[in-house]
Ligand binder design. Structure first.
Ligand code: GDP
Ligand code: ZN
Length: 458
């Protein structure tokens, strides 16, 4: 149990408009009240409100600062403890004076990273999130900041938790068959273990591959195929899905109006969305579908606009071209096996030559050019996904490698039908190793080491 109350200046030292002193712990509100002069006491204030007043010295009762104080009562705060943040206007001297006054009120100076450590110990964040806070503090570029923020929000944690959850189900399955071996008809359990371990290892490898690049696109570059009805959107989706091994087996959120397919094109994971034809409609059911396509369109990283080579451009085509002006778009002119009617020169005015791909799905011509156009966009850095997870950390890579090995052992053991209670050991080990990434099974010394990397006041 944490019983003491800590404080630190949590804004950068030096000249600045305002500085914030953060106080956290069971005594935070009471301690600040001792030196706070205002219409109401903090202890009477509601959580998540701001109080105006002055800080005075206890002995001489002299005002040293004009302040705005934010109060956040446990557990609705970053540390899950009572937190008081004192916003000071003055320079460093008076801020330090306020801090000094607090230290006479049974409050001690926080160690580096101690606020975050408390958030972790109190269950507010997990270890990978805490590490991301370090990255966040150190992030130099906007981009690095965005990546770190994503991790604070828990995208890596989510992936690991899901994976561990699947391993728990597998362990439960094995456990049942250890106790009731007669269930194990024709060694189905060994096949089952193998299947599940292969799936798990694929996930681990995905994270590892990302770790080496620094970033992973979580689900894939979100790619919307749009165009008028009947231009060949579904045919394209099917063609790409057949020729390219899907990287994710489970298809979430498949609806009648937006169909998803996961493919990899030259190593780039894509999440393909076949949207219902986008056009004005009065039919309610279809309207929902069209609405969803618009959402898909908004979220898409890349847009494949399909047109019919055998017809002149239609009003709907012009509309779409106009809408997509500022988006990453590849124009696909499909059905080139039919007599050409479309106004190609106009299209070349809209986007550069390499963004127009001539295609005949029926003759299976042009698919390779399309794939080239997509990967060119990605590899020259023009195409970025908003949907990535960042595995930044040597510790994570090490643990992922070990988890990979444990799962590999489980697969090999299942292959030669080693008794399942032995295989269970490997599965459990993978589960524990992954747990260390999010801090579920991490030892105390590791936790201390991680938090010592923080700067003061965080
Ligand atoms: P969607 O409405 O955009 O999903 O279009 P579909 O993929 O369902 O295709 C509509 C029709 O166009 C189907 O009959 C396809 O067989 C046909 N189609 C697709 N690609 C081609 C092509 O390259 N050439 C020709 N001639 N027909 C095609
Ligand atoms: Zn379709």
């Amino acid at each position: 149990m944490i019983s003491d109350t800590i404080a630190a200046i949590s804004t950068p030292m030096g000249e600045g408009g305002i500085s914030v002193i953060r106080v956290s712990g069971p005594d935070a509100i009471h301690a600040v009240d001792q030196i706070f002069e205002a219409r109401h006491k903090l202890s009477d204030a509601l959580s998540h409100t701001v109080q105006y007043g002055h800080i005075k010295t206890k002995i001489s009762q002299e005002r040293i600062e004009e302040v705005l104080i934010t109060i956040m009562r446990a557990p609705r705060s970053f540390t899950m403890e009572d937190v008081v943040e004192i916003g000071c206007h003055g320079g460093l001297v008076s801020v330090k004076q306020v801090l000094n006054e607090l230290l006479n009120e049974n409050v001690r100076i926080a160690e580096p990273g101690e606020f975050t450590k408390r958030a972790f110990l109190n269950g507010r964040i997990d270890l990978s999130q805490a590490e991301a806070v370090i990255d966040l503090i150190r992030a130099k570029s906007d981009r690095a900041f965005k990546i770190a923020l994503k991790q604070v929000e828990g995208s890596l944690s989510l992936k690991i938790k899901k994976l561990r959850h699947e391993l728990v189900s597998l362990m439960a399955h094995i456990e049942v068959n250890i106790d009731y071996p007669e269930h194990d008809v024709d060694n189905l359990t060994h096949l089952y273990i193998k299947d599940k371990s292969v799936l798990a290892i694929e996930q681990v490898n995905l994270l590892l591959k990302a770790a080496n690049q620094g970033k992973i696109i979580r689900e894939g570059i979100v790619t919307a195929i749009i165009g008028r009805p009947n231009v060949g959107k579904s045919s394209l989706l099917n063609t790409l899905a057949q020729e390219n091994k899907a990287i994710v087996t489970e298809i979430a959120g498949t609806t009648r109006d937006v169909i998803e397919e996961y493919v990899t094109i030259n190593g780039i994971p894509l999440k393909l969305l076949d949207t219902a034809g986008i056009r004005e409609t009065s039919d309610i059911v279809e309207k929902i579908g069209v609405e969803r396509s618009r959402v898909a369109l908004t979220d898409a990283d890349l847009i494949l606009l399909m047109l019919n080579a055998a017809e002149p451009l239609q009003p709907d085509d012009y509309d779409l071209l106009e809408q997509l002006k500022d988006r990453k778009t590849i124009i696909i002119v499909n059905k080139t096996d039919l007599p050409l009617q479309i106004e190609l020169p106009f299209l070349y005015q809209q986007v550069s030559m390499d963004r127009v791909v001539m295609l005949s799905l029926q003759q299976n011509e042009g698919v390779e050019q399309l794939e080239k156009a997509i990967s060119a966009l990605f590899f020259n850095g023009e195409l970025e996904s908003n949907d990535f997870t960042y595995v930044s950390n040597v510790r994570h890579i090490h643990l992922l490698n070990q988890a990979n090995r444990a799962l590999q052992d489980a697969i090999e053991a299942a292959d030669i039908e080693v008794p399942i209670d032995i295989i269970q050991i490997d599965v459990r080990s993978a589960w524990e190793l992954l747990g260390e990434i999010v801090g579920d099974t991490a030892g105390d010394s590791l936790i201390d080491e991680i938090f010592s990397q923080f700067c003061l006041g965080k």
